[in-house]
Design a protein around this ligand. Structure first.
Ligand SMILES: [Zn+2]
Ligand SMILES: [Zn+2]
Length: 279
C-alpha cells in the first residue's frame, strides 16, 4: 500500500487555509516529500513527519511555489536531526536543482555559520546529495522504485513527473504540466495519478493577463482527467487548485473530472489522505 497525503493544495496565491504545493508519499516504510511549497513542514508535522525523517525530497520543477520552503527543509533536516552521523538529505529534481540547492545553502550561509559556531556537534554545513534527472529510474531501495519522465510545463523546462512503486502499488505525481505523451506513458496503469489542476473555465475570465497566462502551461480539471483516462489509472487525485474551491464546490470539480474519467476522483483540503493499493 502507498499512502498519499496532500500536505499543501494551494497555489502561488497565499491562502489562509491551504499550504503551498506539496505531497507526502509513504511507501514501503520510506517517506518522500514531493515538492516543498509554503508551510510544508507545518503540515508534515501534523501527520508526524519531520524533515529529518525524509527518505528523499523530490522536485517536479523549480517554480517558486513548489520550492518555497526548500531552505526550511534543508536547514531543519540538519538542525533537527540528532543522529550521530546523519546521512545526506537526498534531493532529486530536474537539471537546475543543484544550482538552486547551492544558492539556497549560500543564502543560509550566515545561519549555517552561526549554528556550526554555537553547537559543538554540528561541524559541517547540511549534508545534501542532489541528483538531476529528466528520465529513467532514479531510486531503487528496499523494495521502492522511482522512475522519472519529462512533463510539459514550458517555458518552464525541464520539468519531471515521478512514478513511485512499492509492492505492486504505484503512484504517479505529475506536477504542473499540460497533457503530453511522456506523462501518459509514465502514468500507464498506475494505481493513482496526483495531478495539479486549474479551472481554465474560471481563470480565463480574470481581468489580469498575468493570471490568464497560467492557462498556457497547466492542465484543466478535464485535461488532467483525460490524462488519467488515457493512462488507465485507478484514481485521479487533484491538487494545487486554482482558484481554490470554496466549501460546497467540490462536487462541481468532481463532475468536471467525471466528464473525462470514470475512475475514482479525489480532491480535498490540506492533509487529505488517500490509500493506494496494489492493482
Ligand atoms: Zn509550475
Ligand atoms: Zn505550480
Amino acid at each position: 500500500m502507498i499512502e498519499i497525503t496532500l500536505l499543501g493544495t494551494g497555489s502561488p496565491i497565499p491562502d489562509p487555509n491551504r499550504a503551498g504545493p506539496s505531497t507526502l508519499v509513504r511507501a514501503g516504510g520510506q517517506v518522500f516529500l514531493v515538492d516543498c511549497g509554503r508551510g510544508v513542514l507545518q503540515r508534515a508535522a501534523a501527520v508526524g513527519v519531520g524533515a529529518a525523517g525524509l527518505s528523499a525530497l523530490l522536485l517536479t520543477h523549480l517554480h517558486s511555489d513548489h520550492i518555497a520552503e526548500l531552505g526550511d527543509v534543508i536547514i531543519t533536516s540538519w538542525v533537527a536531526n540528532f543522529a550521530p552521523d546523519p546521512p545526506p538529505l537526498q534531493i532529486i529534481g530536474p537539471p537546475g536543482t543543484a544550482e538552486v540547492v547551492a544558492a539556497t545553502l549560500k543564502a543560509f550561509g550566515h545561519d549555517i555559520g552561526y549554528r556550526i559556531a554555537h553547537h559543538a556537534d554540528l561541524t559541517a554545513p547540511p549534508p545534501v546529495d542532489v541528483h538531476e534527472f529528466t528520465a529513467g529510474t532514479v531510486w531503487d531501495r528496499d523494495g521502492v522504485t522511482i522512475r522519472v519522465a519529462p512533463t510539459d510545463h514550458r517555458p518552464v523546462a525541464p520539468t519531471i513527473g515521478f512514478r513511485i512503486e512499492s509492492d505492486g502499488a504505484s503512484v504517479v505525481l505529475a506536477g504542473d504540466t499540460v497533457p503530453c505523451t511522456s506523462l501518459d506513458e509514465l502514468a500507464t496503469g498506475a494505481g493513482a495519478l496526483v495531478h495539479t489542476v486549474i479551472r481554465k473555465d474560471i481563470v480565463t475570465h480574470f481581468p489580469q493577463q498575468r493570471v490568464k497566462d497560467i492557462c498556457d502551461y497547466h492542465s484543466s480539471v478535464q485535461e488532467a482527467a483525460a490524462t488519467a483516462a488515457r493512462a488507465g489509472v485507478g484514481t485521479l487525485i487533484m491538487t494545487h487548485y486554482v482558484p481554490a474551491p470554496v466549501p460546497g464546490q467540490e462536487d462541481q470539480w468532481r463532475s468536471l473530472a467525471a466528464t473525462e474519467f470514470d475512475g475514482t476522483i479525489e480532491l480535498g483540503d490540506d492533509l487529505h489522505r488517500v490509500e493506494v493499493h496494489a492493482r
